[in-house]
Design a protein around this ligand. Sequence first.
Ligand code: ADP
Ligand code: MG
Ligand code: ZN
Length: 527
Amino acid sequence: METPWYSEVQKKLLHVFKVESFRRNQLEAINATLDGQDVFLLMPTGGGKSLCFQLPAICETGRTKGVTVVIGPLISLMDDQVQALREKGIDVEALNKDMPAEKSREIRQRLRHSSNKPKLLYVTPERIQLDDMNETLGLLYRQGLLARFAVDEVHCISEWGRDFRDAYKALDVLRKNFPKVPIMALTGTATKRVVNDIVTRLKIEGCLQLRQSFNRRNLNYMVEAKVGRGLAKIVEFINSKHHGKTGIIYCRSRIDCEQVAGELCDQHRIPAKYFHAGLDRETKTQILQDWQSGACKVVVATTAFGMGIDKADVRFVIHQCLPRSLEGYYQETGRAGRDGKPADCVLYYNYGDAQSLFRLIRNEDTTSAESKEASEDGLRRVVQFCQNVIDCRREQVLAYFDEKFDPRDCNEQCDNCRNGGSVQVQDVTEITKMIVSRMPNDEYRITRNQLVDIVRGSQKKDLREKGFDQLSLFGICKDKGENVERIIDLMLSEQYLATRSIQCHQAWTKEYLKRLLISCGEAGSFS
Ligand code: ADP
Ligand code: MG
Ligand code: ZN
């Protein structure tokens, strides 16, 4: 049905935003917000969320009037949007804490008293909490000139999300203080749990929920066995497929980033820079600029290199170490191929990395037991993803977002779909049952590597010294060849074998923690 604002919306789309047609869900979101409804928009990164609040903000014919207040987490990110809007001739202001007091006073004056108010106002959630801001918004509200709140990156409101921010949590004041102002919530990432959390916190229960497939069809997903630090393979991959192209390599720690970048530059002539939270602000800005302009092609980074990165022509995203959650993996790989052209996502995996990540999580003393469990759970799903060489990668990742994906639509754009024919399916129930039933009790402390050696019947001296060759487990997988490690790792990741939970004790030295062994005494049962 045609809305009263239909023709204005079309005209502004074409003449202001210079875009021919809407993408999926954009018009629906715009119509709903111009009608005064709350909207929850779930759209993958690069999908075009900003247009859904920017275009209504400049429309005169909707049911809403006045200023559209955009709340976003990053000042740098907002600056880009503000500049882009100004270039289109749109009247927009942004308030950030780094601007001179003079300037922010001026903007507040414009909002409060001027008859010529800006169409959009960009602020951080921290700003919303300040008294003067609350007053200004109150004044606008009473004049009926608060058109809508657009809360971008809204998943930051949820502790279940990966970028939780305290100030976002305080956004429940929006509905309380300005009950009649429609809210638009936008995110490129949300599991069911996070969505529910957002809806309750913002009190937008009756909102129109728009979501679409999170499939990124131009991305090619691969998981490769990681040998050593994986550098040889990474170099080979870049040189053979992406020489001179733009890419990101994600590493776990700051030191890893520095070493990998150093080695790429010095030994392999791949110009690369490292980026992590430990760099000073100036350096970070410089790297971001060089990256955006194309002067720097390869960035080796921790997850600190993330939100707000918007470069269209990223041809590859490499994970040198496995990510901590599938959601993180989706976000990080999602930075590739935003121009819609093919791009590669390669994850280099070995179980050792997983083990040390599990250990890291257990030893983190800043988080609650509950969030620790959630972190472990998240990592376990990554491990399962890496070890699953059968199901379509897309199907696996999208399942995390509760999206059912038909693997036939993958078009062989993942390693598992491509290898479809060559994978041998083996039923390992019997052998795993046998391993579990013969597992010795707790007093034997066996590492994962020792367990592999034991079931293989290895002749290593230290096995004999510890008496491991006397166990009934010894040698039961003699004939299983390379599959032994896969079976053991599968049992660990599926929790048929448990690792001892490490409780940090003052008296335990680091060395002791390092040596802490996997205890296989707590074997689970089979279904
Ligand atoms: P998101 O916030 O969902 O990650 P953005 O709003 O930053 O995505 O938009 C990503 C890119 O898509 C931008 O360059 C934007 O100009 C472009 N875009 C948005 N909507 C359309 C459209 N209907 N047609 C063509 N390009 C669009
Ligand atoms: Mg966005
Ligand atoms: Zn596939």
